[in-house]
Write a protein of this length. Sequence first.
Length: 376
Amino acid sequence: MYELLKTDGLAKRGRLHTVHGVIETPVFMNVGTIAAIKGAVSTTDLQEIGTQVELSNTYHLHVRPGDEVVKKLGGLHKFMVWDKPILTDSGGFQVFSLAGLRRIKEEGVYFNSHIDGRKIFMGPEQSMQIQSNLASTIAMAFDECPSSVADRDYMENSVNRTTRWLKRCKAEMNRLNSLPDTINKHQMLFGINQGGVYEDIRVRHAQEISELNLDGYAVGGLAVGESQEEMYRILDAVVPHLPQNKPTYLMGVGTPANILEAVERGVDFFDCVYPSRNGRHGHVYTNHGKMNLFNAKYELDTRPIEEGCNCPVCRTYSRAYVRHLLKAKEMLGMRFCVLHNLYFYNKMMEEIREAIEAGRYKEYKEEKLRRMAEGE
């Protein structure tokens, strides 16, 4: 159940009650594609840095180690040793990202595994079955994520098929949640809005899927090649047509600036690989913009990555030491940068929630953007 606690303009401060605990929104979900955060970050680390939700990937876990294996081990929560909510995406994004390895049909998608080339079929029912085996808190509906440059005819056909698939997902999820051997009988289902950069297709699709009374609604198919201006334009058009009394999730986005802008437009769930991916390359986020710790100017810098930051790294270590680790290709340096970045994102979401509660979100957003743009 989702509680809408406060609004500030379109910005929403909410609370989603789940079988694995309460999610305070807006929230950034930390991405652990194959049940692990890249960068040697453990679930005990996630607890320490204030992570609320971990996100894992249905397709990748189906390929390896196999969802049946995870089910035999008690589900993803026991497998990872994580007692808070987990969201699993549906495999639909792989329909987009593995375009050279798949064929889309009405019944579903035929893949060749990116690991060993073996044939895989995934349709709405199979995606729900895999996610049920994983026993995540929130399952995502199986959809097609079309290219942002797809023509109108292709986009309309794709979105119509995604709607048909969503209805099949809902029916299968209801069936699975009623079975005696299902690990999580309270698994939630989020639907996904598609339509590329065509506002009218997006709005029509949002209205159609809103009628299905799902647990939450995502906006997919953005940050896949379109400009930021186009992304914000689509959010302006679409979000008002999704239920305000349900969570709104912007998939795969983004930078701190993207998140700040999207919150102002009514989005309250986010995920992105940026903090971990950039951290593995020595790029760290601060309230004064992004820093590249490989830069020579940090060689003798005894300050923490960000002064005043309470992350496990900044409490103890210097920029000079972290830079040395990165230059020496020590895994510890990469780990430190990822930990700091995830803490920064989690802390920013906490600040966002406080700003909405105080009725000063717009001022907070503008001040945060100004400080990050100015740099050190």
